[in-house]
Design a protein around this ligand. Structure first.
Ligand code: NAD
Length: 236
């Protein structure tokens, strides 16, 4: 088995659950009481922009009430202290990884605190509510939308993610149900390229059988323990 130098970590909504942000596919498959078809698709945005903007305004406002938990802090510590290559790929649209101090980070599904102009593609940081009539600072169009990757849209930075997966010695998936592609397929890519694979999750996910090792429990407990192990081994 090869030494660990390159680590890729995929995180999902379960990582932020202990901070008080609801996960997605809880009972009933709703996200904060909404069907995903009503708030997370380009069709929903075209049909009812007020509802979609209000939904993401509420998610953005919620960020002021939450803090990074022990799992975010442990991953930020790993990012700072790990001397080899490391990439955290998050499906989360909250800002808790960066508030914990993580820097080697890709938000593959976008960010609540960013606005995207559907007209010209300009993207810039956004605080507070984002009414549908807001004007783009670059082109002047009333075409700003939450900078979120909706179902049916292409996730961000896929080339960089694929490159990192191809080089990974260790792939770790944390707090994700393994139901949303392409992220759910990362474990197969990493395995195919020779990486060890580890899942940390509250309960077995749909793709648990694909991992070489699975540990079950709350991320706030599992992640700090795992980070301590990796840093103690320093297998670079
Ligand atoms: P998901 O909600 O589908 O699955 C969450 C997973 O986390 C489940 O497997 C669950 O068992 C596990 N989990 C719950 N509590 C946990 C804990 N305390 N510790 C460890 N694991 C725990 O989430 P997903 O797979 O990330 O997919 C959901 C999609 O919804 C993503 O694309 C994301 O963009 C969006 N989303 C984001 C947020 C956020 O930004 N925090 C929240 C909800 C949904």
């Amino acid at each position: 088995m090869r030494d660990i130098h390159n680590i890729v970590i995929l995180t999902g909504a379960g990582l932020s659950a202990e901070s008080g942000i609801a996960t997605f596919r809880g009972p009933g498959g709703l996200w904060e009481g909404h069907r995903v078809e009503d708030v997370c698709t380009p069709q929903a945005l075209a049909r009812n922009p007020e509802l979609v903007h209000r939904f993401y305004d509420a998610r953005r406002a919620k960020l002021a009430e939450v803090e990074p938990n022990a799992a975010h802090l442990a991953l930020a510590r790993l990012d700072t202290e790990w001397p080899g290559e490391l990439l955290i790929v998050t499906q989360n649209v909250d800002d808790l990884h960066e508030r914990a101090g993580a820097e080697r980070l890709i938000h593959m599904h976008g960010e609540l605190k960013s606005a995207l102009c559907a007209q010209c593609g300009d993207r810039r940081p956004w605080e507070g509510s984002l009414p549908p009539e807001s004007l783009c600072a670059a082109c002047g169009a009333a075409a700003l939308r939450p900078d979120i990757v909706f179902f049916g849209e292409m996730p961000y930075r896929m080339e960089a993610i694929e490159r990192a997966l191809a080089r990974a010695d260790l792939f770790v998936s944390i707090g994700t149900s393994g139901a949303v592609y392409p992220a759910a397929g990362f474990v197969q890519t990493a395995r195919y390229c020779g990486a060890r694979t580890l899942e940390l999750n509250l309960e077995p996910s749909e793709g648990s059988f694909l991992f070489g090792e699975s540990r079950m429990g709350p991320a706030g407990e599992l992640v700090p323990t795992w980070v301590d192990e990796v840093l103690a081994a320093r297998l670079v």
